[in-house]
Structures are given as structure tokens and as C-alpha cells.
Design a protein around this ligand. Structure first.
Ligand code: ADP
Ligand code: MG
Length: 221
């Protein structure tokens, strides 16, 4: 099944056109990468595919964005975050709770998931990123790579069927990069659709297909 699909997307912030007739699709269990120069609109594309645009960021958006067959604009915020999650470049900007487990419980609590179910999601999400032993730690005391794993676990606690990584490897050292890449492969193996924005060619080895965005044009390469 096609997990994420954007068709004939035109997007403009104020007057600047960022995307011109962009098309992309990512199937379940597929890892698709997007590369392109800084400022080319890669994050903008991530925001469109996760509904942050137009929900939280203004601009003129035309075209169709579908999550698992449904137009994203017809989905509630709760339905949207159950279908697609996003992990950003800087884990410090995503973590704000006093403990790792609070961080992971935050999303499901907002969706009114029952306490017992949240408990099992904490264990499951931390298990996937192999960080169970850090459950009671303060995220501020973790390394950059460990913080990113917790940010991923926090996204996984909503059990999204698709996950977007917006340059999520770019601030990590080699060892943490390897760990996060292996988590991405694991998620792919579980049928989760992955979109990764990545500027480092060495990290494109885990992608099944690659698109390049430049001067507003998105092309599969
Ligand atoms: P990338 O992720 O490829 O570096 P972005 O999607 O962040 O690119 O940005 C694309 C272009 O849009 C850049 O020129 C940036 O300055 C501009 N831009 C990003 N966010 C906004 C915004 N909220 N309002 C106006 N312009 C923006
Ligand atoms: Mg960006």
C-alpha cells in the first residue's frame, strides 16, 4: 500500500515558490531518501507530508497529499499523528520532559491512550531503540545520539505507520549514526514507510529509492 503520496504539489511561502509540481510516493516497508542543497525545500516537503504545513506553518499549498489513501486535509490531528511521525535534526529541540519515560508517554497521553497501554508502549518503543535501561534518566544527561534515539522512541509511541527523518543523522557521530540507521532498517522491516532527508551520501545506502530536490524541482534519481 502507498503510505505517503504527494501529487502535483506547488508550495509558496509569501512570494517565494519552493516546490513546483512535486510528486513523491513512499510505500509501506520502503525507505525513500530526499537529497538536495541547503535551502532547497527539503524540510518544507517533510512538513507538507506530515501535515505541519498547512496546520502550523503558513503558505500557499496546492495539490494532493495522501496518507494511506486519505487526503491529509480530511484527517484530524489525532488521526494524522497516528499515521505519520517526524524526527528532526536537533534532538534537543524535541525533548522537554524530566525523564525518558515521561518523554515517551507525552504523545500517547495527549491522545488519551489508557495508562496500561502507555506502559506497554514505553517498553516497546524503548526496546526498538535499545534504550530500555535509560527509562528513568533525564534526557538532558544523555549523549546526542542517545537523545536522538529517545526522540525516535517518542515518535514510535504513537505507533505511526510512516516516519519522516528530517536530517536526523546530521548531528550524530559515526557510532550513533550507525545505531540510528540500524533502527531505521528495523522499522522498515516492520513495514513502516520511511522518508529520510539526508545530505550525506554515505547514509543513502539504506534507501531503496532516492529523490533529489533542486530549484523547486523534485526528481527521482
Ligand atoms: P532545506 O530543508 O532544504 O534546507 P527549507 O525547506 O528549510 O530547506 O527552506 C526552503 C526555503 O524556504 C529557504 O529559502 C528558507 O529560507 C525558506 N523558508 C523556510 N521556512 C520558511 C518560512 N516559515 N517562511 C518563509 N520562508 C521560509
Ligand atoms: Mg531542512
Amino acid at each position: 500500500m502507498i503510505a505517503l503520496e504527494a501529487k502535483n504539489i506547488h508550495f509558496t511561502y509569501e512570494k517565494k515558490e519552493i516546490l513546483t509540481n512535486a510528486n513523491i510516493r513512499i510505500s509501506e516497508g520502503e525507505c525513500v531518501a530526499v537529497t538536495g542543497p541547503s535551502g532547497s525545500g527539503k524540510s518544507t516537503l517533510c512538513y507538507i507530508l506530515s501535515g505541519i504545513i498547512p496546520r502550523s506553518i503558513d503558505g500557499m499549498l496546492k495539490g494532493s497529499v495522501k496518507l494511506f489513501g486519505d487526503e491529509i486535509k480530511t484527517l484530524s490531528l489525532a488521526e494524522t499523528v497516528k499515521r505519520v511521525g517526524i524526527v528532526f535534526q536537533n534532538p534537543d529541540a524535541q525533548l522537554f520532559s524530566p525523564t525518558v519515560e515521561d518523554e515517551i508517554a507525552f504523545g500517547p497521553e495527549n491522545l488519551c491512550v489508557p495508562r496500561q497501554e502507555i506502559e506497554s508502549r514505553i517498553v516497546k518503543a524503548l526496546g526498538i531503540v535499545d534504550m530500555l535501561e535509560y527509562r528513568h534518566f533525564n534526557p538532558l544527561h544523555l549523549s546526542g545520539g542517545q537523545k536522538q534515539l529517545i526522540a525516535i522512541a517518542a515518535s514510535l509511541a504513537l505507533e505511526p505507520k510512516a516516519l519522516i527523518f528530517d536530517e536526523a543523522l546530521s548531528q550524530l557521530d559515526n557510532n550513533s549514526t550507525k545505531l540510528v540507521k540500524s533502527v531505521i532498517n528495523k522499522l522498515k522491516g516492520r513495514g513502516i514507510a520511511i522518508l529520510m532527508v539526508e545530505h550525506n551520501r554515505e547514509n543513502l545506502d539504506i534507501a531503496d529509492r532516492i529523490y533529489r530536490l533542486s530549484n523547486g524541482i523534485l526528481e527521482e534519481v
